[in-house]
Every structure is written in structure tokens, then in C-alpha cells.
Ligand binder design. Structure first.
Ligand code: ZN
Length: 354
């Protein structure tokens, strides 16, 4: 899933929202994600800031997901914890790395294991012997692991739950989870980033897309906005201070997202009886930091937090425990919920083909 964040605090571009800048400090380290810094700052004005590339699937994966969606239904249900894509409670989920060394693998393994303190899952990194951690390779013809971590793709992303081994969207020789550049330099929020991505890998969707959330994203331009770009070609407020909306902003560099991709990543998920969701949790590790200007109601938005969420919230823990329960009775109840979710998926597939 895609990860909205910016290389530089765009709020700096918006004088009326300068107050947001201080609050944004903790997210600034994200700006070090290596993909779009390049040497292209040369010759740019010192006061210009550059948007960060957002968390995103590579185009090839996004295209397959959209193809799968088209071939089934636009009514395909999705879940905040995607019950239809969860692993089995008690399952040992295998994980393999491509790139990085033992020290890095140990750090990531020890950090993301926190999920299994609450979810009845085991993460198996294949490191019990003396040969280090399990690895995978682009030449694999069968899945070496359920979750295949890479560091060399652009951005941070992970497929959701069992999508990681769904050959409609991935292949044995492809990563299912990417942490760009972690093998070169760990960003200061690496723990939060890896917990977030492994949250997707065990089935969590973005909290900011919760059907019960109220993220009033400002998708449209301010009325009368005249498209204005800085020297990075990014959209910025026009000479009268009217701001670009998210479709325009994210439609330009460095993300260049078509509207459908913006919707895929930010729009509220439809309600369904098969969702397993808690009340909207703005402290969730699965909700990314958004600057206030991205909301219609700014800092008053129910979705706004003044800093980045860095640790699992109590509801993240409760959600993981609920979907991956420990007791037999709870497992049986969770299985029924999953069966109902899968039934919905199959109904959607057969009943609607638009
Ligand atoms: Zn995400």
C-alpha cells in the first residue's frame, strides 16, 4: 500500500500554514528516502522544497491489482484488517530478504516481531542455523517465502496479507515488501516504517481509508486555482495563494499519480458487513502523517495528528489479536468471519462484472 509522505515539508510552500512546519519536524527524516533527491537540486533556489515520493506499488504491481479488480468487481470488499487476505491464525509466515546484511536483518526481524506479540502468528526468518537469514532471488521459480523483502525498489510498500503469494499480483522472483535504501542508511523512523509495512503484510489496510474514519482529504483545487509550478515542476499555490488539491498535487512530480491511483490510496473504503474494523484510530501505525493542508478542515480534521505515529497503538494491538486469535473458540469465530468475507468476494466476482 502506498505511503504518503514528503521529502520536504510542503507546508513551507504555504505561508498561511507555516504553523504546520514545526509539527512536521519528526517526519522530516523521511525526506532522506533516496529515490528522488538526486543531483537535480543543483541550480534550484535555496528556498524551494521538494515533495517526497509517496509509498507506492511499482507500476507493474499496481497494474495487476487494477486488472484483478476489473476482472472481479469494483464492489470487491476490502477491509481495514483485510479478513479475506489474512494468514491462518497460528501460521508460521516465512520471510526472506534480498540484499542487506545480518545486522540489518536482525534489526528488522527483532523490530517487526512485535506484531507477533499480539497476533497469533510466527515470523520465521530462517535464521535458526548458522547460514544467516533466508534469502530470495529474482530467479526463483517457486516462493522461497511468504513475505519477500527487498531494499532496491523505489519507495516503501507491501502487498496486503496473502496477496504476497497471489500469482495474480506477484511472482516468486518478485519482492512483496520494499524498504528502499535500508541497506545503505536506516532512516531515523525505520522502526515505524517497517512496522507499518509488516502491518500490511499481515493484512492491515490503511487506517486513513477506514470506512468509519473521517479523513476529509482536500482532493480538489481551491476554487479558481491557476496551475503553478516550482522549478522542480511540482504544483504549488498560485500567486493569489489558492492551493492545488491532492489530485493536482499528487498528479504532478514526483509522484505523477493518475486520479485513480490517488483514489486507490486515499479514498475511504466502502462499508461492508465483512469488515473487521475498530473505531477510527488516528494513532494507528497504519495511518500516515498528513500535513494539515491536505485536509478540508486543516488541523481540525479528525484525521489530523500533529506528529507521525511511530509505535503500535493499543487498537493496532487489539486488532492484530482479534484477527489472529489464540483460543480455539476465537479462531473458529474468526474463521467464520473470514468465510463470510470470502463469500462476499466470490459473490462480487460472479454477480458484477463492471
Ligand atoms: Zn502503507
Amino acid at each position: 500500500m502506498k505511503r504518503p509522505a514528503f521529502r520536504k515539508p510542503i507546508a513551507l510552500l504555504l505561508p498561511s500554514l507555516a504553523v504546520a512546519v514545526a509539527a512536521f519536524a519528526s517526519a522530516q527524516d523521511r525526506q532522506t528516502a533516496p529515490d528522488n533527491a538526486g543531483g537535480q537540486h543543483n541550480g534550484k533556489q535555496a528556498n524551494e522544497v521538494k515533495l517526497r515520493v509517496m509509498e507506492g506499488y511499482p507500476n507493474r504491481i499496481q497494474a495487476r491489482i487494477e486488472r484483478r479488480k476489473r476482472s472481479s468487481s469494483r464492489l470487491l470488499p476490502r477491509f481495514i484488517i483485510n479478513v479475506s487476505k489474512r494468514w491462518e491464525p497460528g501460521q508460521t509466515v516465512k520471510i526472506a530478504f534480498k540484499g542487506g546484511d545480518d545486522t540489518l536483518h536482525t534489526k528488522i526481524a527483532e523490530n517487526v516481531r512485535e506484531w507477533t506479540d499480539y497476533a497469533n502468528l510466527k515470523f520465521d526468518f530462517g535464521n535458526s542455523g548458522s547460514s544467516g537469514y533466508r534469502t530470495w532471488s529474482p530467479s526463483d521459480t517457486s516462493f522461497k517465502a511468504d513475505i519477500r523483502v527487498s531494499f532496491d525498489q523505489p519507495g516503501f510498500f507491501s502487498l496486503v496479507g496473502t496477496d504476497s503469494i497471489d500469482t495474480d499480483v506477484t511472482a516468486p522472483g518478485e519482492e512483496s515488501l520494499n524498504l528502499q535504501g535500508f541497506d545503505r542508511r536506516l532512516p531515523s523512523d525505520w522502526k515505524a516504517v517497517s512496522l507499518h509495512e509488516f502491518g500490511h503484510a499481515i493484512g492491515f489496510e490503511h487506517e486513513h481509508q477506514s470506512p468509519v474514519g473521517q479523513c476529509d482529504f482536500r482532493f480538489d483545487d481551491d476554487p479558481g486555482y491557476r496551475p503553478t509550478r516550482d522549478s522542480f515542476d511540482q504544483f504549488i499555490p498560485d500567486s493569489r495563494g489558492r492551493r492545488p488539491g491532492l489530485y493536482t498535487l499528487l498528479g504532478g512530480p514526483p509522484n505523477n499519480w493518475p486520479q485513480a491511483v490517488v483514489d486507490f490510496n486515499l479514498k475511504q473504503l466502502p462499508e461492508s458487513h465483512a469488515y473487521d474494523i475498530g473505531p477510527f484510530d488516528k494513532d494507528s501505525i497504519m495511518k500516515y502523517f498528513f500535513e494539515s493542508f491536505m485536509f478540508v478542515s486543516g488541523t481540525s480534521s479528525p484525521c489530523f495528528t500533529d506528529s507521525e505515529n511511530l509505535v503500535l497503538s493499543s487498537q493496532d494491538k487489539a486488532g492484530a489479536a482479534k484477527v489472529y486469535p489464540k483460543t480455539k473458540a476465537d479462531i473458529s469465530a474468526a474463521s467464520q468471519l473470514r468465510a463470510r468475507a470470502l463469500e462476499d468476494v466470490s459473490k462480487a466476482k460472479s454477480g458484477h462484472d463492471q
